[in-house]
Ligand binder design. Sequence first.
Ligand code: PBG
Length: 329
Amino acid sequence: MYPLIRPRRLRSSEAVRSLVRETIISPNDFLVPLFVVEGKGIKEEIPSMPNYYRLSLDNLTKEVKELWKMGLHSVLLFVKVPDNLKDNKGSEALNENGLMQLAIKTVKNACPEMLVMTDVALDPYSSYGHDGIVADGEILNDESIEVLTEMSVSHAKAGADFVAPSDMMDGRILSIREALEDEGYLNTGIMAYSAKYASAFYGPFRDALDSAPVDIKNVPKDKKTYQMDYANRFEAIRETQLDIDEGADIVMVKPGLCYLDIVREIKNEVDVPVAVYQVSGEYAMVKAAAEKGWLDHDAVMMEQLTAIKRAGANIIASYFAKDAVKLLG
Ligand code: PBG
């Protein structure tokens, strides 16, 4: 008795494997997160994110030109704000000449066609390290939305193509969408972090921006009252559907690898593009294991990125974007 069918035929050489391969990673898949700091000539490595840097505006110019040449045409901007500019309301977020607003203009000057997306949340600006306003041990929803909405309009005004609210307040997408329409920013997109989980994988990012919740009495130590419980699945669909109904153009699942079941479910459920954020902790794990010689960096990176795309991601926000594109050649 021979096997009736021999699936191994389609795996017998690299030529046939590449012929039948279902998922191909390309530069077009990536959204590149960038960390911006005040100052000049600064390119400081983030200790928990080897080979990833905080850049001052002059180096941001160099970086985006390099990205553009590599075929990486979309960036997601984050800023590290000095402590003396932080307060509970994230007032600095609304400064027309604030670091984010300048960063947007810097990228557009350097590379007019680069797609610029901006993080919208209060944490880098918050003296308490929360995504919204804190009062009596709670994160205020509606008051936070007001600031997040103004912040979004300010980013649009500075030239952002998309705003990316990562705060998980209820109803913020509708509020932001209405404000953008009212102010005439009809073409500004919204990429909503829709299923954003309260994850321990954000640690290195909070180092990068010095944005972790602070350990003070009456300030929540974690983000579990707004970011989602990682035990939940149906809630992710509900959050995503709400964001679409409120006007999101792109929805996002975050983190990546541990949440690919959610990615697939959402992909099957909705008809807007789905982004996945492979977060800082996922990056750090691969770098650390590779440094020890325990994992093959490039092989693991490509396996993870391909898995994220195979699960249904149309867009991958990843700190590996440059590494991956260099490898693709
Ligand atoms: C802030 C924000 C976070 C990330 C993106 N936007 C951190 C957090 O929610 O605490 C995490 C990204 C990463 O870990 O790479 N709203």
